[in-house]
Design a protein around this ligand. Structure first.
Ligand code: IPE
Ligand code: IPE
Ligand code: MG
Length: 242
């Protein structure tokens, strides 16, 4: 666990979610193509997984590719697919070394076959790890997730597997989401200063604390993660109470 005395008296959030934004602007500032920013962003993901595991988070969820990101140029989407291919292999290594369980959320069916197989393999080979659960949102949209959950529920009702006439709670509905079984994020971090959710975890972020940093994702680091946790410790969570 964390050797860092800075964290000694802090409450460590169980689940931190991150909107990793600003790769393109990071590259542009340096006169580089956007894809260089994505590449640098991937190395920061690797480091952040290790930091999160050491700090003692139970869940870290990152937004890697949204259902809207397909709108980008063919060149950029293609470069992102190549990066997924490359980093999925590296991630298996990082996860194994750090006792990390990897899980993907989002609709993976839209990806090329080899990427789907890579995702399945990552999940399968890390499923027994007992440390951090690292969740990657790919081809993920909050609205799409709720839409898919509604379809799955309708199917269950039609097939007689579920009766919703007696009772059907929010908790019951949560079990149809991609995040079934996971706690909601306690803390949401968004990099690059943007003040919006961009279709991320719309259901799950209902009562999360929000921390926005101006750093572009490729400049994000452990010190900033700790700053976010310190800010979280100063919040008074009321969940609608007093
Ligand atoms: C985040 O960085 C990564 C993805 C959305 C894939 P961006 O690519 O959105 O970078 P900016 O926001 O254009 O700077
Ligand atoms: C959100 O960033 C999606 C990811 C980080 C994967 P975007 O850059 O796509 O969001 P907008 O376009 O600024 O809302
Ligand atoms: Mg962006």
């Amino acid at each position: 666990m964390e050797e860092n005395t800075e964290l000694r008296d802090l409450i460590i959030p169980e689940h931190v979610a991150i909107i990793m934004d600003g790769n393109g602007r990071w590259a542009k500032k340096r006169g580089l193509p956007r894809t260089f920013g994505h590449r640098q962003g991937c190395t920061v993901v690797e480091r952040t997984v290790e930091d999160a595991a050491r700090i003692g988070l139970k869940y870290l969820t990152v937004y890697a590719f949204s259902t809207e990101n397909w709108k980008r140029s063919e060149e950029e989407v293609g470069a992102l697919m190549q990066l997924f291919r490359y980093y999925m292999v590296r991630l298996l290594d990082v996860a194994t070394k750090n006792n990390v369980r990897v899980k993907m959320i989002g609709d993976r069916r839209r990806f090329p076959k080899d990427i789907i197989e890579g995702i399945n393999r990552l999940e399968r080979e890390t499923c027994e790890a007992t440390g951090l659960t690292f969740v990657i949102a790919v081809n993920y949209g909050g609205r799409d997730e709720i839409r898919r959950a509604a379809i799955a529920l309708c199917d269950d009702v039609k097939e007689g597997k579920r009766d919703i006439s007696e009772s059907f709670s929010e908790e019951d509905f949560s079990q149809y989401l991609d995040t079934a079984g996971m706690p909601d994020p306690d803390l949401l971090i968004r990099t690059s200063g943007e003040l919006r959710l961009s279709n991320f975890l719309l259901w799950q972020l209902a009562y999360s604390e929000i921390y926005i940093t101006d750093l572009y994702w490729p400049d994000f680091n452990k010190a900033e993660l700790i700053n976010a946790i310190k800010a979280y410790n100063k919040r008074n969570r009321r969940f609608g109470g007093v």
